[in-house]
Design a protein around this ligand. Structure first.
Ligand code: FAD
Length: 120
């Protein structure tokens, strides 16, 4: 299997913004592409909730569906209106994958997102 250093180097070199959270969406890891996209450095976001990215413009029903899906162990795909550290809004296309342990209990969520503002 892939050694831990290789996993890290792989994730760090992806061009898609990656974040890993606990089950409450508190951030435990972000990759350099996440820092570049959002303008937030690792130290700004580790320990903060992903809600810090919210531009407060996404309908509540979208978040309810997101949480229903991921807490049920399924992958969620969708679009959220986000805000960078600079205050600039962007449309994020997001995939959130629940990461489970061997017993099937959700331990983390893996978020992958890109800015699709230009496309829409
Ligand atoms: P909240 O009160 O946090 O959430 C709204 C509703 O969602 C709640 O009333 C509740 O019904 C449900 N909910 C919230 N937390 C939980 C929980 N732990 N278990 C079950 N249901 C829950 N949001 C963004 O706006 N932009 C992002 O880029 C983004 N990325 C995310 C990435 C990951 C990996 C995860 C796990 C979440 C992400 N979120 C993102 C969602 C974020 O954590 C917030 O839920 C969301 O921003 C709404 O925040 P809020 O404070 O307005 O409302």
């Amino acid at each position: 299997s892939l050694p831990p250093r290789l996993y890290r180097e792989t994730v760090e070199q992806l061009s898609v913004a990656i974040s890993v959270t606990d089950t409450e969406a508190n951030i435990v890891y972000v990759n350099p592409a996440f820092e570049a996209l959002t303008g937030y450095a690792v130290k700004d976001v580790v320990g903060q909730n992903e809600a810090l990215l919210s531009a407060k413009a996404t309908p509540r029903a979208v978040y309810l569906e997101l949480w229903k899906t991921i807490s049920g162990g399924e992958t969620w795909h969708g679009k959220l209106v986000n805000r960078k550290k600079s205050g600039e809004r962007y449309l994020a296309e997001l995939t959130i994958v629940p990461v489970k342990n061997r017993l099937g209990t959700i331990r983390y969520y893996l978020g992958m997102h890109r800015d699709i503002t230009e496309i829409n």
